[in-house]
Design a protein around this ligand. Structure first.
Ligand SMILES: NC(=O)c1ccc[n+]([C@@H]2O[C@H](COP(=O)([O-])OP(=O)(O)OC[C@H]3O[C@@H](n4cnc5c(N)ncnc54)[C@H](OP(=O)(O)O)[C@@H]3O)[C@@H](O)[C@H]2O)c1
Length: 267
């Protein structure tokens, strides 16, 4: 578990459910919770909040035991719109509170009012921790001029192939926990020879090495899978360690590979 600036704890591995349709997301969340996951990363944009909520309910786990993240989508931003979007997410998830509510991306015209709404939602106890996603340094510098509560996390794409070192350092200096999305490079680099060599040395898969790299960097990581054996595999990373030399090799793989999108360049 990592400690957020809000005081709450967050499990370091969360199941991502982007591109999992309703039924797939329902099954994936049930499966993940059965195998020990306690953190699910969804968004209104993913259109599976209702199924995620139903799976958490059907798992029989107490609500307090599962950490739920969801996000306000770009076209729902603005003060009143964000309050309404959160209400809609709460209804779909079937819960009275969201553990972590994020601004999905820094829309220039609306991000300030959106952040004000997030702070209001904390005051109303509908949301425990608030954060941002796809924010670059200049977006956070601006946010600092008006935020009453600093964001607990910044969720960005991170892997050995995209390390964003200055942004990472900046977030760490400001007490903002980093969440690594697309940590498996959506599969693109899973056969990369240097990564394969490290995985073979440890008798693990390349996906497990990528997840371990995130954890050793201190990032919360959000691998997505809808397949039971891969869901289990991605969570089974406590039985090996990466050496300083392994980490050096992995750190040397930086090549600016981006597999998702890049709102970090937005004005
Ligand atoms: N905030 C944002 O803007 C943003 C953007 C992108 C992603 N995210 C979040 O981050 C999560 C993860 O990112 P992502 O979905 O883009 O990509 P990812 O987790 O890097 O990769 C997912 C892909 O890898 C496959 N996979 C999973 N485990 C595997 C394994 N052990 N071996 C081989 N293949 C494996 C999955 O297929 P199967 O499902 O068939 O296993 C899927 O095709 C998302 O679901 C979402 O929650 C956030």
């Amino acid at each position: 578990m990592a400690r957020l600036s809000s005081g709450y704890l967050i499990p370091e591995i969360g199941l991502g459910v982007y591109l999992a349709n309703g039924n797939e997301a329902y099954q994936a969340v049930l499966t993940a919770l059965k195998h020990g996951y306690r953190h699910i990363d969804t968004a209104s944009f993913y259109r599976n909040e209702a199924e995620v909520g139903r799976a958490i309910h059907d798992s029989g786990l107490p609500r307090e035991d599962v950490f739920i993240t969801t996000k306000v989508w770009n076209s729902d931003q603005g003060y009143e719109n964000t309050l309404a979007a959160c209400e809609s997410s709460l209804n779909k998830l079937g819960t009275t509170f969201i553990d972590l509510y994020l601004i999905h991306a820094p829309v220039p015209e609306t991000r300030k009012e959106t952040y004000r709404a997030l702070e209001k939602l904390v005051e109303e106890r509908k949301v425990r921790s608030i954060g941002i996603s796809n924010y670059n340094i200049h977006h956070i510098e601006e946010l600092k001029t008006y935020a009453k509560i600093m964001p607990a996390v910044n969720q960005i794409e991170l892997s050995p192939y995209l390390q964003r070192r200055s942004l990472v350092q900046y977030c760490q200096d400001n007490g903002i926990v980093l969440e690594a999305y697309s940590p498996l490079t959506r599969g693109e680099k899973l056969n990369d020879p240097p990564l394969v060599r490290i995985a073979q040395q440890h008798g693990k898969t390349t996906a497990q090495v990528l997840i371990k790299w995130c954890l050793k960097k201190g990032y919360v990581t959000l691998p997505k899978s809808v397949n039971e054996s891969r869901i289990i595999q991605n969570f089974t990373v406590n039985d090996f360690d990466l050496s300083a030399e392994d980490m050096n090799v992995l750190d040397g793989l930086e090549c600016g590979l981006m597999v998702a999108w890049n709102p970090l360049e937005w004005e």
